[in-house]
Design a protein around this ligand. Structure first.
Ligand code: SF4
Length: 208
């Protein structure tokens, strides 16, 4: 398994899909190597492409405010996107571009980082983890997908176009501290070998 630094280097040089042709900079993502929370948006935009950093435009400013609402700082969370290169004219990434980038890089980032919670930002990100759900139905509600705890949220850019979503994003984000606390508690309760018993283990209890 590649470490985060090697992954970043490889992503910066990647040309595995068409999006690699027009980008200025690939945007692997940024944050610590052992974050509690990983935010996954959709794709870099104009400013992200120019700077090689995720969420640095207007929606990035709002994301920073949201992160503060959760009592966190940007330095404590990992922020990335489903695809690492900007689609031309900010079009939606195509399914084959998403598949290629996810298979090559996002899945490896998740393995390397092992975040306790993945916050999906927007419907494209949500659909990679919970393809049968809609954002209007599940935003602000944690869901288990295998071993991953997914916390779906609207994309911060959605609030720039629909101001009424601003309050929804803030109140969803305010649920994150309790979720982190709960995950830490579960992790501390986990024991490597389970004795033979019919009692559910702490991870199973999370699902009840
Ligand atoms: S979007 Fe992903 S797969 Fe496509 S060129 Fe960029 S890094 Fe590579």
């Amino acid at each position: 398994m590649l470490d985060l630094t090697s992954l970043n280097e490889k992503i910066s040089l990647c040309t595995a899909c068409k999006l690699g042709e027009d980008r200025t900079n690939a945007v692997p993502g940024e944050g610590p190597k052992d974050p509690d929370v990983m935010f996954i948006g959709e794709a870099p935009g104009f400013y992200e492409d120019r700077e090689g950093k995720p969420f640095v435009g207007q929606s990035g400013k709002f994301l920073n405010e949201l992160i503060k609402e959760a009592g966190l700082t940007r330095e404590k969370v990992f922020i990335s996107n489903i695809v690492k290169c900007r689609p031309p004219n900010n079009r939606d990434p195509l399914p084959d571009e998403i598949d290629t980038c996810e298979e090559l890089w996002l899945s490896q980032q998740i393995k390397a980082l092992q975040p306790k919670i993945i916050v999906t930002l927007g419907r494209h990100s949500l659909s990679r983890f919970l393809p049968n759900e809609t954002i209007s139905r599940v935003h602000g509600q944690p869901r288990l997908k295998g071993d991953l705890l997914i916390f779906p949220m609207y994309h911060p850019a959605a609030a720039l176009h629909q101001p009424k979503l601003r309050g929804t994003l803030i109140s969803d984000m305010q649920k994150l501290p309790n979720l982190i606390k709960k995950e830490n508690k579960i992790e501390n309760q986990e024991v490597p070998a389970q004795p033979e018993t019919d009692e559910p283990n702490p991870k199973q209890l999370r699902m009840l």
